[in-house]
Structures are given as C-alpha cells and as structure tokens.
Write a protein that binds this ligand. Structure first.
Ligand SMILES: *Cc1c(COP(=O)(O)O)cnc(C)c1O
Length: 475
C-alpha cells in the first residue's frame, strides 16, 4: 500500500475550512476552536495511517475527518459534569454528589447567585455583615446551641475546631474512635495538621472513664468524641457516652468536642430506622462544640456545620483558617433554605429530597417500581423485566448497618451480557448507574424520581441499548 498517496489525499486545512459543515461549526463556536480541532484530528489521522496496514480502513478514516472534527468541537463544548440517574438505591452516594437539593430551593439560590446579594452586608445597619448570619439563628433555634457557623465541609470543621481550641496542646481521643472516613480523611492526620497533639486512650474495643481521666494533664485542651458513623464495633465493647464524659470534663474545665459526622436533626427511629444520635441530643447533654456534615443526613449542600458555646464559636470565627475554609454564597443561601424546612419536621420530610427518600413508604415505592416495570415492558425490549424486592442503603458513611426495604426493576438482557449492558447504560447521554446483582441489572426506585422513568425508558429504546449492536456513540 502506498502510504505517501494516502498522506497526500488528506484534505488541506484551507479546503476543510471551506466545507459547509466546518463553516457552520465556526459560526457556532469560533474559528480558533475549530482550527485547533482540525489540527488535533489531522495529527491523529497521520498517526493512524502510519501504523495502519489496511488501505481501506485508512481511506475510511480520511473520509471521516470532517465528522471527527465536528465530534471533537462539540464534545469540547458539552459539559462533562452531568446529571445521572441513580438506580443504586444508595441515598447518600458520595461519588454521585451525596445529597440532591430540591428544585424549589435551587430556583431560589439561582435568583440570589445570578445577581448581587446581602451575603456579607447587614441591611439593617447598612454596613458589613457576616455570611453566617443568614442561618446562625436558625441553627441555634433548631439545635438549642448558643452559636453556629459553617465551613467548607466537615473535615474542615474538625481541622478548624482543633486548631482553634487545641493548637500547641493535647486532645484526648479514644482508640475506638480514631477513624478513617474515606477519601483518606483520618482523624489522627487531621489532628497533626491542626497542630494539636493526639493523646490516644483505651483500646480498640474498650475505653473507660479512667482512661480519659488518667490522660488529662496541664496540656489537655479538649476531649474529642468521634461518632463512628461508618463502622460499628460490636460484641465485647465499651465506650464512654458523652453525657458521662461531660461532668468529668467540666470538673477539669476542659471542653468536650463531638464530631457527629452525619448530623441528623430528626429522630429517624420514628420512621423505622435505627436511632442515630441527633445533634439536639448532643447539645442537650452539654457538648461544648458539635460538628457535622451539611450534605449527609441533613440533606443540604456540602458544608461543615459547627455549633456550640458562643465563646468557642467566636474563637473559630477569628481563626485565620476560617478565611481559607469559608463557604461561598451558593452554600450560604442553600443552607438557609434547607434549615428553614426543619422549623417543621413534616415540612423537612416533604421538602428535603434525602429525607423524603429515606422515609418514602414501601407502598409508594412498590407503585413506582410497578409503573417503571410496565413502562419497560411496553417497549418490548429484548430482556426479561421483573419487579423485585431489594434493600436500599443510606450511604455516605451514615448508618452503615442499616438496610431499608425497597423495590426495584430487574433487567436480564437476552442478547448481551449484564456487564455490557451496565457499561452501555453508563455511556448514555443521561447516564444510568444501576446495581448489578444476581446476574441482572437492578434499578432501585427509591433513589429515582418519577421523571427519571421516562428518560430511562426512552433512552434504552432510542439507543437500542439492549440490542446486539447499540447506537450509543461513546465520548
Ligand atoms: C463524613 C464524616 C466526616 C467528613 O465529613 P465531610 O463533610 O465529608 O468532610 C468527618 N467525621 C465523621 C465522623 C464523618 O462521618
């Protein structure tokens, strides 16, 4: 085969630029973008011809040059971050963005964020205000704390608290609570970053009051309790509850800090789940400082919420680190809206997606699963479709042992493998993330909205996802 002839048959840039399709691209995007894509695609084409031994294949690639340029330019302008359909049944899926925010709340945040706002402006006084002012009173009212603030996430909360209270001093923690949260966030490492020295007490499974008391020295600046939200020690174990620890700490005049992780504000036991210690309980029991995530069981934006005694919160507000860890206007606005829902538990359950999903009655879920099952069957896809019962998880390191009874639609493809189907679903314009289980694709409807059903069935049909040859164009 004559490679020189092939190289010569690649159209020149000037010729390409005159083509109607390319002209359209230039009009829609810009000449520079299109030129860059042309050069990229030409380089790829030359490299392909260089290693290709099949003349027909090489010719075909040359023919496709314009199409490839179009694809490159369009994909450069298609956001990579997109909505996906969560069929996993894991409500707080960290990889899928944890807590979804309601449309209504986002609509109001959009109004604020697209213009100027009173983020740090006190409208009453006509001077500089505090970005926490929009939700501090609310947090105090809901939790019973004296003061409150928020930072970028709960890992930041722990860092800021320890740095403000215990830099240069010692902090006592039980060995049973020296946890790694995931994403390499480890309590001992965060302590080191904060400049506080870690004093470990007790053993992995047992820590007693004596252990804490014997470890207290002149240098002790705080006692830290960490809620082991993502694992459980069961069996022969003992730990000191916060209400026992507090009177002893008071005697020594040392603050007790509790990292609750999830930060649930309503008693989930009322809805059939295991009781998870609430934020209100911690404050009631007398914890001096409590911190928790904004986007776990609270159901809000990513944030680290810190509440407690005013004197400690004031120390944190003054810490230089606060400036580096501060929340933006999107978070401040969303937090206020989400927290307002908590003024009534009923409203919170109705209007906060995470709580709505957790408490969704099984009858409703069953109805949804049947409806999705019917919609899929109507498409006559080459697959066995079945409505099955399954178990959802809370996720996000919250309530690790909890399984909530749920319903799902199971798809067993007839022409392709389950792995192939799973892969194709992930490559759809609105990707679908399912669970695979028992050699079938399982879509737990607890984490899906009814609007998702139409999107899902239409895509499976349109892209012939279950056929031997699918129409999905991989990006
Ligand atoms: C999840 C968790 C964190 C980290 O919270 P992020 O908001 O993800 O930074 C810290 N401590 C505990 C106990 C947690 O469960």
């Amino acid at each position: 085969m004559n490679k020189n002839m092939l190289y010569r048959s690649i159209p020149k840039v000037d010729i390409l630029l005159e083509k109607e399709e390319i002209q359209k691209l230039i009009e829609k995007y810009s000449r520079d973008t299109v030129l860059e894509a042309i050069h990229t695609e030409m380089d790829k084409l030359r490299a392909f011809i260089g290693q290709c031994e099949d003349e027909e294949k090489a010719k075909r690639q040359i023919e496709l040059l314009v199409e490839h340029v179009e694809m490159t330019v369009t994909s450069m302008h298609t956001p990579n971050m997109r909505s996906v359909i969560n069929g996993t049944g894991t409500i707080l899926h960290t990889n899928l963005g944890r807590a979804p925010i309601s449309r209504e709340h986002m609509r109001r945040v959009a109004e604020i964020a697209t213009g100027y706002s009173n983020l740090e402006y006190n409208l009453e006084a006509g001077k500089r205000g505090e970005r926490y002012s929009h939700f501090e009173k609310l947090l105090c009212k809901i939790t019973g704390a004296e003061a409150a603030m928020a930072v970028n996430n709960n890992a930041s909360s722990v860092l800021l608290i320890l740095s403000s209270l215990a830099k240069g001093g010692e902090v006592i923690v039980s060995r049973g609570e020296l946890i790694e949260i995931g994403g390499k966030f480890r309590i001992p490492d965060v302590m080191e970053e904060s400049g506080a020295a870690l004093v470990e007490v007790g053993t992995t499974n047992k820590t007693h009051m004596d252990d804490y008391e014997n470890a207290i020295t002149e240098e002790t600046k705080a006692l830290l309790k960490v809620h082991t939200s993502n694992y459980r020690i069961v069996g022969f174990m003992d730990s000191v509850a916060i209400d026992e620890l507090i009177p002893m700490a008071k005697e020594h005049d040392i603050p007790v800090v509790e990292d609750l992780g999830s930060g649930v504000l309503i008693d989930l036991a009322k809805y059939g789940l295991t009781h998870e210690p609430t934020v209100q309980e911690s404050i009631q029991k007398g914890a001096d400082v409590v911190c928790f995530s904004g986007d776990k069981l609270l159901g809000g934006p990513q944030a680290g919420i810190i509440i407690g005694k005013k004197k400690y919160i004031d120390m944190m507000k003054k810490n230089q680190l606060t400036r580096a860890l501060r929340i933006d206007k999107f978070t401040a606005a969303t937090l206020e809206l989400v927290l307002q829902e908590y003024l009534s538990e009923e409203k919170a359950i109705q209007n906060i997606p995470v709580l709505r999903m957790i408490t969704k009655p099984l009858e409703e879920i069953t109805k949804d699963a049947r409806s999705l099952g019917r919609m899929l069957k109507r498409e006559h896809l080459p697959a066995q479709i079945e409505v099955i019962s399954c178990e959802s998880q809370i996720g996000g390191g919250s309530l690790p042992l909890e399984r909530i009874e749920s319903m799902a639609v199971a798809i067993r493809p007839e022409k392709i493998s389950v792995a192939e189907l799973e892969d194709r679903m992930r490559h759809l314009p609105v990707p679908i993330i399912p669970r695979t289980f028992n050699d079938q694709i399982v879509l737990d409807v607890r984490t899906m909205e009814r609007e998702d059903f139409r999107v899902l069935t239409d895509q499976l049909e349109e892209f012939q996802v279950l056929e031997e040859k699918s129409l999905i164009v991989r990006r």
